[in-house]
Write a protein that binds this ligand. Structure first.
Ligand code: ZN
Length: 191
């Protein structure tokens, strides 16, 4: 898939978190974890679309204790190939079991680090973004240069504009790690 997965690790505790494992049986992720002697503890899903969750089953098999974190709406849709849109992609029958930790907003400790979670509806009503220090992992809420897709189920241009307005000031100068494409700095070449 052309989606981007991120591995975040705590170099002291050797614990790791993967954001949006969007490729099936992605051995690049497991090789990176192995090579760096990292223990995968969490998978964070920004939303339920198949190109962000395709690797979850493989990682759950490989790391039975891993905890999947998502919004309740995302969790509800993971096992439904119509709602995760896999059925519309090569008729794929993708079924992912529900998440282990449900969260909408607020702080969460993962891999012994404090993260902030923001509800960022627009691309879908379920979309979450994850922030630590000056890094913002946006899923499909923010993508550099491209128009955000808001015409998929539960997407809303109005929600998207409200999310942008709500977080606009906080995001200025922050590094965006989007679900597709290159990392960029918010506020540059924008508006
Ligand atoms: Zn998406």
């Amino acid at each position: 898939m052309d989606s981007v997965s991120y591995i975040l690790s705590n170099n002291e505790s050797r614990k790791a978190l993967i954001i949006d494992p969007g490729t099936e049986s992605d051995t690049r992720l497991t090789e990176y974890l192995d090579d760096n002697r990292l223990d995968l503890k969490f998978i964070f899903l920004t939303h339920e679309h198949f190109d962000h969750i395709l690797g979850v089953n493989f990682l759950r098999e490989r790391f039975p204790d891993v905890l999947v974190v998502s919004s309740p709406e995302t969790s509800d849709r993971l096992a439904n190939p119509k709602k995760n849109l896999a059925i519309f992609h090569n008729q794929m029958n993708l079924v992912v079991e529900t998440a282990d930790i449900l969260i909408n907003e607020g702080r969460i400790n993962m891999i012994d680090l404090e993260f902030e979670i923001f509800s960022t509806p627009g691309h879908t009503d379920s979309s979450l973004s994850l922030k630590i220090n000056d890094s913002f992992f946006s899923g499909d809420f923010l993508l550099q240069g491209s128009r955000i897709v808001t015409n998929l189920p539960t997407g809303s241009k109005k929600n998207y504009q409200e999310s942008i307005e709500k977080y606009n000031i906080m995001l200025q100068g922050i590094t965006i790690y989007p679900g597709h494409g290159e990392t960029y700095t918010f506020g540059i070449n924008k508006r």
